[in-house]
Design a protein around this ligand. Structure first.
Ligand SMILES: C[S@@+](CC[C@H](N)C(=O)[O-])C[C@H]1O[C@@H](n2cnc3c(N)ncnc32)[C@H](O)[C@@H]1O
Length: 348
């Protein structure tokens, strides 16, 4: 891929990472690693886009399998508790998760699904949704669907698309945008898929603190959070990743505090979360993805570079954390997480 022109500012380079993520998902779908009938509506000229290399497809598959399961468990726990839940996706880009949930078995467990991203990204998404019958049909009664925030957002009974720069003080952004929509009493899951890595650790902490404060008062609901991104960028492979991204004017300040997998849960535990865990994509592929699925995807494409695959996968991790404001709220939420067989200690 050619680097973007030199004239682009750093934020437009960050926004371009959404195109990478959407093309990676589209490729994994076209190669049959994943099923997603919606992504083609969010990628311009989807049928003309070239497939990504097998390494990228496998990484996308492993990440999606694990995050889908964590989200599915959250929705199921809500249903088991006889309640509905909310999902807030920060830096959602062209993600299709809302449409997959809203057409899936747990659609009734969803009280609200909120997506935030830069206004340039949300306006593009709002337009793509309005243009696609398949996407807009899922939003419900058309008379209750409206463009919002001067064309940079969308409002519907369950789905909300909101423009925000997540690095700004949350009191200046989230107070206004989320407080009218987000119930502090419902169990709520925050998704950060490859977004915090582009922000300073201080800006990420401020975001988490805002949500903790929002859900803390007596009667607050359980708060779960999933972070997926690269880490361990201090080793030689990590340094190459950093250099490659620098050539595209993208820096990764959010990865600095996380030199190894053991450091990742600290992101949550240092803020007072009740529990937190992390697994690399390498661990997830080895010990979490079912044998049947591994067998199935092994026939999709030839992978020569198995060692390189492991090297890439051990630089990406999924970290999940749970905050329960009072022990009365704990219930089954404490069981939420990925259950894997231990895979030795090569992830030190
Ligand atoms: C790599 S993409 C991931 C998109 C989506 N989460 C996914 O996994 O498919 C990163 C997204 O985060 C958004 N993002 C990064 N920094 C942001 C910020 N400060 N405020 C709002 N959005 C941001 C980008 O615009 C982009 O859409």
């Amino acid at each position: 891929m050619f680097p973007p022109p030199q004239t682009q500012d750093a934020d437009s380079s960050i926004r371009l990472t959404d195109t990478d993520a959407a093309l990676a998902r589209l490729s994994a779908v076209q190669k049959r690693y994943l099923e997603d009938p919606f992504i083609k509506h969010l990628v311009p000229r989807a049928h003309l886009q070239p497939a990504r290399p097998p390494l990228i497809n496998i990484g996308t598959f492993v990440r999606a399998t694990a995050i889908d399961d964590l989200v599915f468990q959250w929705l199921k726990s809500a249903a088991d508790h006889g309640t509905r839940c909310q999902i807030v996706s920060l830096g959602a880009g062209s993600d299709t998760r809302f449409w997959r949930i809203a057409t899936g078995v747990h659609k009734d467990a969803l009280a609200a699904y909120i997506e935030l991203d830069f206004p340039e990204i949300t306006s593009k998404k709002a337009m793509a949704i309005r243009k696609s019958k398949d996407l807009s049909a899922v939003l419900g009664d058309p008379s209750q669907v409206a463009v919002a925030h001067g064309g940079t957002g969308l409002r519907s009974p369950t789905y909300h698309l909101l423009p925000a720069d997540l690095r700004l003080p949350p009191q200046d952004t989230l107070d206004k945008l989320l407080a009218p929509i987000l119930s502090p009493t419902l169990p709520t899951l925050l998704l950060f898929e490859c977004v915090l890595v582009y922000m300073s650790p201080a800006a990420s902490t401020a975001l988490f603190q805002w949500f903790i404060d929002y859900f803390s008062p007596e009667g607050g609901g359980a708060l779960g959070s999933i972070v997926y991104e690269m880490f361990r960028l201090q080793d030689s492979f990590g340094r190459v990743m950093v250099e490659n991204l620098k050539a595209r004017h993208v820096s990764l300040p959010g990865a600095e505090p996380y030199p190894d997998v053991k450091s990742l849960p600290g992101r949550f535990l240092n803020l007072g979360f009740t529990a937190a865990s992390a697994l690399t994509l390498k661990e997830i592929r080895k010990s979490y993805v079912s044998r049947e699925e591994l067998e199935r995807i092994s026939h999709l494409e030839l992978v020569d570079e198995v060692e390189e695959l492991d090297l890439v996968l051990e630089h990406y991790a999924i970290t999940w954390g749970l905050f329960v404001p009072t022990s009365a709220v704990a219930g089954k939420w404490v069981e939420w997480g990925l259950n894997v067989q231990p895979v030795g200690d090569d992830e030190e």
